[in-house]
Ligand binder design. Structure first.
Ligand SMILES: Cc1cc2nc3c(=O)[nH]c(=O)nc-3n(C[C@H](O)[C@H](O)[C@H](O)COP(=O)(O)OP(=O)(O)OC[C@H]3O[C@@H](n4cnc5c(N)ncnc54)[C@H](O)[C@@H]3O)c2cc1C
Length: 294
């Protein structure tokens, strides 16, 4: 049986306390939320922090607030189950709720948080790609806080194309919340390809968000692909083809073919690169099909 290496556990009760602990402990410390990713990694000695700063007791990290018109704020410590089962998120940010609901198993979703999902270690033996979170298509932002102050950045800017150093978050920063833009007029869909339907990491993730006028004309479009590059990729050129158009099966096929060019799968996941490339346009088209009105 693999055992955890020894560590000291600190349990701050506020974000400020956590910021100061992190600044004081420096490189010796790591943050832990649900621990569903970090603890297995520690058992494998991928990380051996001397200090763990637990975020579970910080109430400010656990709230979901907002409205359709204003957008929503999700504390980084909100669990995936809460997101998957939240009625307003299910209705207005369906891609997000679907993606959260497709992560692993119920037990893991009950413990795993949205902050941990965004920032999990990507150097896993199997493809440790996350869900919708890692390929947001709704223009969300994240708030990062530290003793030096705070900053809000678009979620895409949290990631970089460097497997050894995949996040732009500084070591002393804590992800405090995810800010979702207003969803009025938008609808979204998330599809996930995985080998085992019961629970598995994605081999391909497709998120599509569309805003349409009353007559069905597309007025806003975002298509984002996950698990087929070193980081989430947005198919902006393909999405632009939808603007001002009514979605038809033909248009969906054309857009899917263009969007799929953004897929450059790495040889670090289940199934072959060739298969994953071939299936990408099919999944994009299926996602677009959801928006076609009969
Ligand atoms: C069997 C199994 C199956 C899984 N399947 C999937 C899957 O299908 N899809 C998927 O996306 N993931 C999957 N995961 C990965 C993971 O468990 C989840 O993504 C989960 O959401 C991670 O959240 P956590 O709170 O447990 O993170 P933790 O393990 O606590 O933390 C993960 C990392 O994030 C950092 N961190 C956490 N919170 C913060 C914060 N607020 N600020 C700064 N840094 C922070 C930690 O320091 C750590 O480096 C799976 C894991 C397991 C064990």
């Amino acid at each position: 049986m693999l055992r955890l290496p020894p560590f000291r556990y600190l349990a701050p009760r506020s974000l400020e306390e956590a910021e100061h602990m992190l600044a004081q402990e420096g490189d010796a410390a790591m943050l832990v939320a649900g621990g569903t990713d970090l603890f297995p990694n520690m058992k494998r000695r991928q990380f051996t922090p001397q200090v763990l700063i637990g975020l579970r007791a910080i109430k400010a990290l656990k709230s979901v607030s907002g409205s359709l018109a204003q957008g929503f704020r999700l504390g980084a410590g909100v669990t995936l189950t809460t997101i998957a089962e939240h009625p307003a998120l299910q209705q207005h940010y369906s891609a997000l709720a679907t993606a959260a609901n497709s992560v692993s198993t119920p037990q893991l979703r009950n413990a795993g948080t949205i902050g941990g999902n965004l920032l999990l270690d990507t150097r896993c033996n199997y493809y440790n790609q996350t869900e919708f979170w890692r390929h947001f298509c709704l223009g969300a932002s994240v708030r990062l806080v530290s003793v030096r102050g705070e900053r809000v950045i678009p979620v895409q800017e949290l990631f970089r194309d460097d497997g050894m150093d995949p996040y732009t978050k500084a070591a002393d920063e804590i992800l405090s919340e995810i800010i979702l833009p207003p969803a009025a007029g938008w609808q979204s869909v998330y599809l996930k390809l995985r080998r085992r339907g019961s629970f598995d990491f994605p081999i391909l993730g497709v998120a599509v968000a569309l805003r349409t006028a009353a007559d069905g004309t597309v007025t806003g479009a975002r298509i984002t692909l996950g698990a087929v590059a070193s980081h989430p990729v947005e198919a902006t050129e393909a999405a632009a083809l939808l603007l001002g158009q009514r979605l038809t099966l033909d248009l969906a096929s054309t857009v899917a073919a263009v969007a799929a060019k953004r897929a450059k799968p790495l040889d670090n996941a289940d199934l072959t690169i060739n298969y994953r490339k071939q299936v990408t346009p099919i999944y994009i088209r299926r996602a677009l099909d959801h928006f076609i009105k009969n």
